[in-house]
Design a protein around this ligand. Structure first.
Ligand SMILES: [Zn+2]
Ligand SMILES: [Zn+2]
Length: 389
């Protein structure tokens, strides 16, 4: 390993107690999307102690922050290392965002020590509400990433991989409006909204056979009527469509609208679809930057796994269309433990979880270093980013 990367490793090791403290504090104080005040303040305070200047509430999101090395002139290229710190309702840090925040903090603090006065291209962005809130979308739309050249973070998981696909996602309500009537006495006067919703649901099921493998449509019925002897005048459901590209995601959503239209025609009911903002975009992968991350993972002695092909969605997908971005995974558990569980949460503070936290901080700092110091890498990263999805 080159001398400088060895030094990154040593600086991260020397910060280990602080990084474990960050992870433990977040674990003990889980806060859900857009409520992450304790996390924002704890992380900001620690960054200030380590020589960073912190601006809270950037991009009109109260629980966000942006940290830059104090007394350093802003410089390009700029790399943004992202800290997520929101938890899940009830199970707390079952997605391991406590490790994400700690690793990203470790990476910028270690790099700052090494870069000294030349650290003007280093930024840590605290990005709230990954779980269902789309915090990164709001920050990106507000222009927070405008002057930045690349973004990176790590996510704990059950494999070591430099990146994987993510599905674009639209979440929406479907409502059908009919007319109530006595279900036995005057059924001819009624329009059954529940029948309409079930027809739409069945049409979606029939369409599923024709979908590409990366397509998903899944939903539930949230309201199906009030009494069995009253023809339901209102029925509602909550659905997701997901796909590996924005185009296909939008195509599936259009198809769902047609299924609803057909059900409305068949029953005489009317319908309304309401989309929850923001929609999530698929991940625009950056092979050059992922290759840099992978080579650093190998230097750290990490064995690279095969992608298990399991796909979710994240607001990192949206961000990857604004600027080159990577979202590598490092394992804290085996494949028998799923994320969003209590077991996964507990693994964030296991011996393996601790080791992964330090490895993640090192990998991020090393990859950010590569990006900031290698014009050839930046050129390749830009070329990859220019390829349309
Ligand atoms: Zn999650
Ligand atoms: Zn997560």
């Amino acid at each position: 390993m080159d001398k400088l990367k060895e030094r990154i490793g040593r600086e991260v090791e020397s910060l280990a107690d602080d990084l474990f403290a960050v992870s433990d504090f977040l674990l003990a104080n889980p806060e859900i999307a857009y409520q992450e005040f304790k996390a924002r303040d704890y992380l900001s305070r620690m960054l200030e102690q380590k020589g960073f200047e912190v601006k809270k509430g950037v991009g009109n999101v109260e629980t966000s922050f942006l940290a830059r090395p104090a007394d350093c002139k802003l410089s390009r290229p700029t790399v943004a290392i992202l800290a997520e710190y929101d938890a899940l309702p009830k199970i707390g840090h079952g997605c391991g965002h406590n490790l994400i925040a700690a690793a990203s903090l470790g990476a910028v603090v270690a790099l700052r020590l090494i870069l000294g006065d030349e650290a003007g291209g280093l930024v840590l962005v605290g990005t709230p509400a990954e779980e269902g809130g789309g915090g990164k979308v709001r920050l990106a739309e507000a222009g927070v990433f405008e002057e930045m050249d690349a973004a990176m973070m790590f996510h704990p998981g059950s494999t070591n991989i430099p990146g994987k696909g993510m599905l674009g996602r639209i979440k929406f309500n479907i409502e059908f409006f009919g007319r109530s009537a006595h279900a036995s006495g005057t059924p001819d006067k009624g329009i059954n909204a529940l029948d309409a919703l079930i027809l739409a649901y069945s049409s979606i099921n029939a369409y599923r056979q024709h979908m590409r493998p990366d397509g998903r449509i899944h939903g539930i019925i949230t309201h199906g009527g009030d009494a069995p002897n009253v023809i339901p005048d209102y029925a509602a459901g909550l659905f997701y469509v997901r796909a590996g590209s924005r185009t296909y995601r939008d195509e599936l959503f259009e198809r769902v609208k047609k299924c609803c239209k057909g059900a409305a025609l068949a029953t005489g009911a009317e319908f309304k679809i309401e989309v929850h903002r923001p929609a999530l975009d698929s991940m625009k992968r950056n092979p050059a930057l992922e290759a840099a991350a992978m080579s650093n993972m190998k230097e750290l002695g990490i064995t690279i796994d095969n992608d298990d092909g399991r796909l979710g969605s994240s607001d990192m997908g949206n961000l990857s269309h604004y600027l080159p971005a990577i979202h590598p995974y490092l394992a804290i558990v085996g494949s028998e433990i799923a994320s969003h569980t209590v077991e996964f949460r507990d693994a964030t503070v296991s011996t393996r979880g601790r080791k992964t936290l330090l490895n993640a901080a090192k990998m991020l700092a090393m990859t950010a270093w590569d990006f900031l110091t290698s014009p050839e890498l930046r050129e390749k990263v830009l070329q990859d980013f220019a390829v349309p999805e």
